[in-house]
Write a protein of this length. Structure first.
Length: 101
């Protein structure tokens, strides 16, 4: 289970209040950057487990083929998800930079 479920949705009022008070923290006490770091760490751990499962299959030392296939699929899906998050973040950044102030 990743930390992505712990990211809480914020209203515009919450964002304005945190901006006016000078803080960037959310209501849960962690900021977006920390949540992103945690999610990346989780994805990295899932990737390591997937690589280990592929290595076990290649060497024939796999104990449960079904669990190894699940670990590989989980690693693939988590990487695709993080790539989509990255793409959305880059698109948002580009849109913000195009906005005239």
């Amino acid at each position: 289970m990743t930390n992505l479920q712990s990211i809480k949705s914020l209203s515009t009022a919450d964002l304005l209040q945190s901006k006016s008070s000078g803080g960037a923290a959310t209501g849960s006490g962690t900021d977006f950057a920390q949540e992103l770091r945690n999610a990346l760490s989780d994805v990295n751990q899932i990737q390591v487990e997937g690589e280990q499962a592929m290595s076990d299959i290649a060497t024939g030392s796999v104990k449960d083929l079904h669990q190894a296939a699940i670990a590989i699929d989980k690693a693939e899906l988590s990487m695709k998800f993080m790539l989509e998050v990255r793409n959305k973040a880059l698109n948002a950044y580009k849109e913000i930079t195009r906005t005239q102030m």
